[in-house]
Write a new protein. Structure first.
Length: 360
């Protein structure tokens, strides 16, 4: 059963302006396929804000008549799941990246005080080392048609299950750019519930954002094809989410007395600051020591090169100047040693010898 928009949306409001069901539905796109089922996407480019406060709230009220959902198998309404996303223009990302839903129960309201969070997975080398690198990597992959992980896996499912999931007929894509996919869909039948649960679901579940880092089961038929799909198509590096504090409350009395399903969602920013998260792998002791040693060697080399360049440039720019200054010469004193005495032998004459003899 397919609901019409005005049979689901009761009213909505933004910045204190109340809108009717008809005006609310003008901003909704219906029948957008995802791995979680068919979605309605709210898209309004005028809904932006640069401050917080109760007057900046957005609220939407859902109401579905009891006859539209009640049966012996569904005695109570299962509720409505709401996913918050930054951009709904990329249908492939919309189909596989829906996570952390807000469940709206019957006769209950949910108020979310949210904040914007951007998370970049830099464990993959293709995502770079910062949020800017991750953003540019996603844009480059989208422009070069490398974001078709879901369609590639559905091709593998159609090959080994001999049927195609229903969402293959609901995806919005350019038939001229995906002729092989269109041909394979036209040559197979829609999977039955049993065929989908027993075969095709395994290939679709691989594309869910929570399973991106899980190993592909080796017993899966077409294991190599599924592995090639993962390697050839980029999974998003940068994902924006809106976590926050959830507060539940009871709806007013006029809504609680009806047998229809009624719920309300109220969204408001608790802060205008954006939280940025980088997800990196935990290094082991060997990688940590290698990283430290590499950085020490790198900075030592860089410092040595800079010092050598400075020393060489100083020699070129400031050559040593010759000087004509007269410097005093320090002369050492020399001590002149006295010569050794000369011994002169004296021999007496013959007259002296005779005189000496006469005296004796």
């Amino acid at each position: 059963m397919q609901y019409q928009c005005q049979s689901v949306i009761n009213s909505c409001s933004y910045q204190g302006i109340q809108l009717s069901s008809f005006d609310c539905c003008r901003n909704l796109l219906s029948l957008i396929p995802s791995v979680n089922g068919l979605c309605w996407v709210w898209r309004d480019s005028t809904m932006w804000q640069n401050s917080t406060g109760i007057n900046r709230q957005f609220s939407i009220t859902f109401q579905m008549t009891r006859n539209s959902w009640f049966s012996t198998f569904v005695p109570t309404h299962p509720g409505v799941d709401v996913y918050l996303r930054e951009d709904g223009s990329d249908v492939m990302r919309m189909a596989t990246e829906l996570e952390n839903p807000i469940r709206l129960q019957d006769k209950r309201g949910v108020r979310l005080q949210m904040r914007k969070t951007k998370k970049a997975d830099i464990r993959r080398t293709s995502c770079g080392y910062a949020l800017g690198d991750a953003r540019r990597s996603d844009v480059h992959a989208f422009k070069n048609n490398h974001t078709n992980y879901l369609m590639c896996n559905m091709m593998v499912a159609m090959r080994y299950c001999n049927c195609h999931p229903l969402m293959a007929e609901l995806l919005h894509y350019d038939p001229s750019s995906f002729r092989d996919f269109l041909l394979r869909v036209s040559q197979t039948n829609v999977c039955s519930v049993d065929a989908y649960d027993n075969c095709a679901r395994r290939y679709i579940d691989l594309t869910r954002v929570e399973n991106w880092d899980e190993d592909i089961p080796k017993d899966l038929p077409g294991y190599e094809d599924a592995k090639r799909c993962r390697n050839d198509n980029q999974r998003s590096c940068l994902i924006t989410s809106y976590p926050g504090t959830i507060e539940g409350y009871d709806l007013p009395e006029e809504y609680r007395t009806t047998q229809d399903y009624v719920s309300r969602l109220v969204l408001e920013y608790s802060t205008m600051r954006t939280t940025e998260i980088l997800v990196s792998k935990d290094p082991n002791i060997y990688e940590l020591l290698s990283f430290i040693g590499y950085n020490m060697a790198l900075w030592f080399t860089v410092g040595h090169i800079l010092w050598s360049m400075f020393w060489y440039a100083t020699g070129l720019c400031c050559p040593k100047r010759t000087t004509n200054r007269i410097m005093p010469i320090v002369s050492r004193k020399r001590s002149v040693s006295s010569p050794e005495p000369i011994i002169v032998e004296h021999r007496p004459s013959q007259s002296e010898e005779a005189g000496n003899a006469g005296e004796t």
